[in-house]
Design a binder for this molecule. Structure first.
Ligand SMILES: [Mg+2]
Length: 261
């Protein structure tokens, strides 16, 4: 496709490029400008929906790059505002309805709650919460039961062919595909010389380990990720600052280290 891409950056949103609480990305502006100056690809990779990511991608001026949506369950192509199919999502809800009620009641999915409730849980505006509920590929939700019940729930769904991933604040169910799978297919299409991936949660780990440089963005709201593959060799770095501030520092550091500035 485009053979002269020096660098592609794959980044998680919540708790990484955007602040866990305020959803601000302004502290990362300097690094984003530096990436733009060298025409680096920036691929947003999040549990968010195409409807949510499409807006943010436009706000960031990154429409010419694909985005990884719903935790890797789908792709939002460049210059497209949203994707149309909901059939995978409907199939997922039908399968979820087969879970025994004693277990099912501990999972509070986005389809189980009103837009107002979702806005309360996430701090999103009602309009933004509605976009988060406009799903095509996957179902996130809160786990309200014990860890043992969660393990039982995950085992059952896995046996039915559903993949369960732990994100920054939700468990996400899908029929497969993760951020790293989608990252690999995008790298295959664009073949950049260098790759950087940034994230803060267990659902980012494979992506961080698959990139040339992985960056664990500090998130004081959760337990730190365990040591990752490649970390002793310096292929995985950790930021001091949390969220977009840490993101900014790590990208500027790596641009310098790769002599791309
Ligand atoms: Mg995150």
């Amino acid at each position: 496709m485009n053979s002269e891409i020096e660098l592609m950056v794959f980044t998680d949103l919540d708790g990484s490029l955007i602040d866990h609480n305020t959803y601000e990305w302004a502290p990362a502006r300097q690094a984003l400008t530096s990436l733009d100056n060298i025409s680096a690809g920036v691929v947003l990779s999040s549990s968010k929906t195409a409807a949510e990511i499409g807006r943010l991608r436009a706000e960031l001026g990154l429409e010419k790059w694909p985005a990884i949506v719903e935790n890797g369950a789908g792709i939002l192509p460049p210059f497209v505002a949203d994707v149309a199919t909901q059939s995978a999502y409907q199939d997922l809800l039908v399968t979820l309805a087969q879970v025994p009620p004693g277990l099912r009641r501990h999972f509070r999915g986005f389809a189980d709650i009103t837009t107002t409730e979702l806005a309360d849980i996430t701090g999103l505006s009602p309009a933004a919460a509605a976009r988060a509920q406009n799903r095509c590929f996957s179902e996130p939700g809160q786990w309200l039961g014990t860890d043992a019940q969660q393990a039982e729930f995950v085992t059952l769904l896995t046996s039915w062919g559903i993949q369960v991933q732990q994100g920054g604040r939700f468990l996400t169910l899908s029929f497969g595909g993760n951020k790293a799978d989608q990252m690999r297919s995008i790298i295959k299409a664009y073949h950049p010389k260098h790759t950087i991936a940034l994230g803060d949660a267990p659902n980012d780990v494979q992506m961080l380990e698959a990139a040339e440089f992985g960056v664990v963005v500090a998130n004081p709201h959760r337990l730190p990720l365990p040591p990752l593959k490649g970390e002793p060799e310096g292929h995985v770095l950790r930021t001091q600052a949390a969220g977009p501030e840490g993101w900014n520092a790590a990208v500027l550091y790596l641009l310098n280290r790769l002599e791309l500035q």
